[in-house]
Every structure is written in C-alpha cells, then in structure tokens.
Design a protein around this ligand. Structure first.
Ligand code: IMP
Ligand code: MG
Length: 338
C-alpha cells in the first residue's frame, strides 16, 4: 500500500507530525523523503523535539527503512548530523542519483539580492543546486565515495517493498502553493511540491498510489515573500496564540485565517483522497490532546464538517496537539484508508 502525504498550503502544515503518527500507527515498512534541506519537519516524540531536514519523519518507527529519493537534494553535513542524532545508520538509504548541494551553491544564493529580499528564500543552496542539475553539471550522491555505505537504488528498493505487500509512506515537503508550477510564482520554491511532483521525485508511478493525504493547518501560515490573502496584523496573531517561527531559518511566520478557496484547489491539484487538519487545538483550546471524535468540542466538530463540505473529501486525521499521539483518527469511522 502506497500513501502520499503532501502539504496543501505554503508548507509548515504539520506534515512531520502527521507522517510520524501514520508511521507508528500503520506499521510502515518504508518511508521516502523527497525535496531538500530548505524544508524542516518538526516531530515531537517521546517528549523530545526533532527538527528534520532530510531524514523522513517516519524515523520514529524503528522498523521502517528510510529512503532519500532520486529527485531530492541533500547536504552532506546536514545528512550526517541527522543520521547521528537520530541513530538511524543501517536503515537509511540515499538514492545513487540524489543530488548533492555544495558550499558554492549556498554562497551563490547568499549573494543573490533577489532571492534574499524579494523571494525570501531560505538560502540553503537548493535552488542553485537545482540550476546545476538542470544544466547537467551537479554532482550526485554516487560521486561522493564517503556516501557509499548509504547508497541504494531507492526506486528499486521501494518497488520491492510494495511488491511484497508492504506499506510505504511517501513524505512530501513544503506545500502546494510553494510549487514551482502551481504556486504563487515567483514566490515559490525550486520544485513541484504537489503529489504528482513528489511521485516523480521518488520514481513511483501514479497508478501505484492508494491514498493521497493533503495536510492543512487550521489557519494559514507563510514565511518569505508573496501573497497571503487576509493576512493578519502582528498584534492579532499574538492575541489568537498563532505565533510561529520557521524551523530552518527561525523567521516569524506570516499568518492568515483558514482559506477554503486555497483548500479546494489544493484538493483538486493533488487528487486528495483524504484530508488531515493539524492544530485544531489552536482554534478550539478545549480540543487539546483529544483522541476521540466524540470528545471534541461541538464547535470543533462543526468546523471539521464544514471543511469536509467545502472540499468534498473526508477529513480523516485531526491533530489536537504537538505530540505524535495527539490525533483523532477517523479513518475507520468514515470508511477510508486502512
Ligand atoms: P527556497 O526554496 O529556500 O528558495 O525558498 C523559496 C520560498 O519558499 C521562500 O518564501 C521560503 O520561505 C519558502 N519555503 C521554502 N521551503 C519552505 C518550507 O519548508 N516551509 C515553508 N516555506 C518554505
Ligand atoms: Mg516546516
């Protein structure tokens, strides 16, 4: 069974938390991470906070193999640091053809006024490395002898897991509206962040997909430049308790109320079969830590039902707190997924 998890907004929807929950609950055999180190996924597991930039958030399941996709771009220092911090050596594999970001890519972006001031790039060298890839001069993982013990044909390995009836979780990064093609160009990242894009990065065909889970947060945030409809002023963000900082750059996130137009379009572009909503407890504090649908406050249930009505896709996973287990899982009740 292949499930794809992607962000439905501007990134930072809480994909890390959703993926960690699914990895534990659904006995994942393999997890695949796409994208690059500009995207940070936060996972709170066993009372510890992890900020992951390249290793799949599904690492919390100790039985899962962890794959870094062909289409991804890694930085060696970030990769080794995470492998050591998480203690995942032996079960993490990098595709031979994954790209490698080098110091000069970071330097190129740091010198780029347009990326820094207009786009608000994270300046991690991802776009510059992507340019080299397109120009066919980027060095790939197979060109670095020090990576040899991690190298694999990830495409083949993941297909083997699927052929054997295993569960695979494909972990997208960033969000639909940061997509190079479907986002708010030019205020976007350097890749296609949608379900089709992440499948392509992983070398998995569309007919293999069983579930596409699009993740929304219960309000909208964005870091960097670009349009954000109904953006809230700073004092209002503080009053609502929605102050957030970006996990890679530490910048304050811009905030707006939930947006049904963005949600409907994200469901369409990603052909979502399910929707996850995180941070419901920030809209309805009485929802904090709740794990059963019936125990959510009535207004919170109404809010979720309105969202289902708007997007015409079942809301199956609801985040009610930062810990991985703070989830209302409605999949059995609504008869979707496993
Ligand atoms: P870049 O991809 O680092 O060049 O950044 C381009 C734009 O995408 C900037 O507005 C960034 O803030 C935004 N961005 C890139 N990665 C993420 C992410 O993981 N979460 C949120 N925003 C991101
Ligand atoms: Mg993030």
């Amino acid at each position: 069974m292949l499930s794809v998890v992607v962000g439905g907004l501007f990134g930072d929807e809480g994909k890390g938390k959703v993926v960690a929950y699914l990895a534990i609950n659904d006995s994942i055999d393999a997890a695949v991470r796409v994208g690059s180190v500009n995207a940070g996924h936060t996972v709170l597991w066993g009372g510890k906070e992890f900020k992951l930039r390249i290793i799949p958030s599904a690492f919390v399941n100790g039985g899962s193999k962890l794959f870094i996709a062909t289409g991804s771009l890694l930085r060696l220092d970030v990769f080794y640091r995470e492998v050591n911090t998480l203690g995942v050596a032996g079960r993490v594999f990098v595709d031979r053809n994954a790209g490698v970001i080098e110091e000069r890519h970071v330097e190129t972006e740091l010198r780029d006024e347009y990326l820094r001031n207009s786009i608000g790039s994270t300046l991690q060298g991802v776009g510059a490395a992507m340019v080299d890839r397109v120009m066919r001069r980027l060095r790939l993982a197979r060109d670095f002898p020090e990576l040899s013990s991690y190298l694999a044909d990830v495409v083949d390995e993941v297909h083997k897991v699927l052929d054997a009836g295993g569960n695979v979780l494909l972990e997208g990064t960033q969000g639909t509206y940061l997509s190079l093609y479907h986002g708010t160009y030019p205020y976007v990242t350097s890749r296609d962040t949608t379900a089709a894009g992440v499948l392509s990065e992983a070398g998995l065909g569309p007919k293999l997909v069983d579930e596409v889970l699009v993740v929304f947060k219960s309000y909208v945030t964005r870091v960097g430049g670009g349009p954000l409809p109904n953006e809230l002023p700073a004092d209002e963000i503080v009053r609502l308790g929605w102050v957030e900082r970006a996990s890679v750059t530490g910048r304050l996130r811009r905030v707006a109320p939930f947006n049904y137009d963005l949600a409907r379009r994200a469901v369409m572009i990603n052909s979502a079969t399910q929707v996850a909503v995180t941070c419901l407890d920030r809209l309805f504090p009485a929802a904090a830590g709740v794990k059963e649908w019936g125990k959510l406050p009535l207004e919170a249930r109404r809010w979720v039902e309105r969202l289902e009505d708007e997007v015409k896709v079942p809301v199956t996973i609801i985040g009610t707190g930062d810990e991985t287990h703070h989830v209302v899982d409605r999949r059995k009740d609504v008869g979707v997924g496993r």
